[in-house]
Design a protein around this ligand. Structure first.
Ligand SMILES: NC(=O)c1ccc[n+]([C@@H]2O[C@H](COP(=O)([O-])OP(=O)(O)OC[C@H]3O[C@@H](n4cnc5c(N)ncnc54)[C@H](OP(=O)(O)O)[C@@H]3O)[C@@H](O)[C@H]2O)c1
Length: 277
């Protein structure tokens, strides 16, 4: 990659901090901006080599690469603000967990330079680079940039997939939306039954689901609301899930042991090649 100076908007947020550390480690000059000065100053204490910008406009002025790491609801305000200050030769990448709307907003408000939608498929607690990364180019120019970035990320150890923003959002309804939904509903059910007691004696299966619920419930409620209510594909996946809940409950209520076993064997076969075992 031909970049030297990286600006991270939302640099003191959860993902912003991760990417600030990442780019510093990879030898880039990093400048961060955000709303709360105290958070930016705190990160500067931890990473003395980074620079803190007065605002987003100052951050983008001298950067080759601009990374936008703000929540979906703040995204439009940021691209509207920085758009007029960007120039040819700069590159803007966003990290938003949904892609169609942010990519459209970048195209609308950032007219002078190339933009690219990206979604790191990991959270701020990731400790290595063996993680999935999605890039969503929509034109020849973006495709070329995405290929360069893909090559670079793959050298670092990331697994990179390219797809359209629409395809990405379609998949995220299941990958994120349904998984979060199951975590929330499971936790709600455990609380009704008595979480304290369940936690004390829970075994392998319970602890697996507990880890999911724990992650979900400690994530940003605004971001998760956006994934639940802003993605049609989440609604679709949850509708399919509801139909399957109905089907499985039907088998159980009828005490149809034979059908239960057949269904379980069918699922195991469908799982062939994907199992973690
Ligand atoms: N968390 C994840 O697991 C994860 C994974 C993949 C992708 N993502 C995506 O990464 C992005 C950031 O998520 P996050 O979890 O890091 O959220 P976060 O912890 O809430 O951080 C967001 C940052 O954006 C800043 N911000 C908001 N509005 C701003 C504005 N107008 N100008 C400048 N800075 C602004 C906030 O600053 P203040 O704190 O000062 O208000 C905050 O530091 C989201 O789009 C999310 O979808 C998140």
């Amino acid at each position: 990659m031909n970049f030297k100076r990286v600006a991270i908007i939302g640099g003191a947020g959860r993902m912003g901090r991760w990417f600030s550390k990442f780019f510093v480690k990879e030898g880039f000059e990093v400048i961060i901006s955000g709303r709360m000065k105290s958070k930016l100053v705190q990160l500067k204490r931890e990473l003395p080599s980074i620079n803190v910008a007065e605002d987003n406009v100052e951050a983008v002025k001298c950067a080759d690469l601009i990374v936008i790491s703000v929540p979906p609801l703040d995204f439009k305000a940021v691209v509207e603000q920085i758009g007029p200050h960007l120039k040819a030769g700069q590159v803007v990448i966003d990290l938003t967990s949904i892609k169609e709307v942010p990519v459209q907003l970048m195209h609308k408000y950032i007219r002078n330079c190339v933009t690219l939608g990206a979604h790191p498929m990991f959270g701020p607690s990731a400790t290595d680079y063996h993680q999935n990364f999605i890039l969503t180019p929509t034109s020849e120019e973006e495709q070329k940039l995405a290929e360069d970035i893909k090559r670079w990320l793959e050298i670092k150890g990331f697994k990179v997939r390219m797809m359209s923003p629409i395809e990405h959002d379609k998949l995220m309804g299941t990958i994120l939306g349904l998984s979060h939904f199951i975590g929330l509903v499971a936790l709600d059910t455990w609380i009704d039954i008595g979480l304290e007691e369940l936690r004390k004696i829970g075994g392998t299966s319970f602890n697996l689901l507990f880890t999911l619920a724990d992650n979900v419930v400690h994530s940003d409620p605004n971001l998760y609301a956006e994934i639940q209510m802003g993605l049609v594909s989440t609604e679709d996946a949850e509708l399919k899930f509801k139909m399957n809940v109905k089907k499985w409950l039907g088998i159980l209520r009828k005490k149809d042991r034979q059908r239960f076993i057949e269904e379980m064997v069918r699922l195991r076969k469908a799982f062939d090649g994907h199992s973690l075992r």
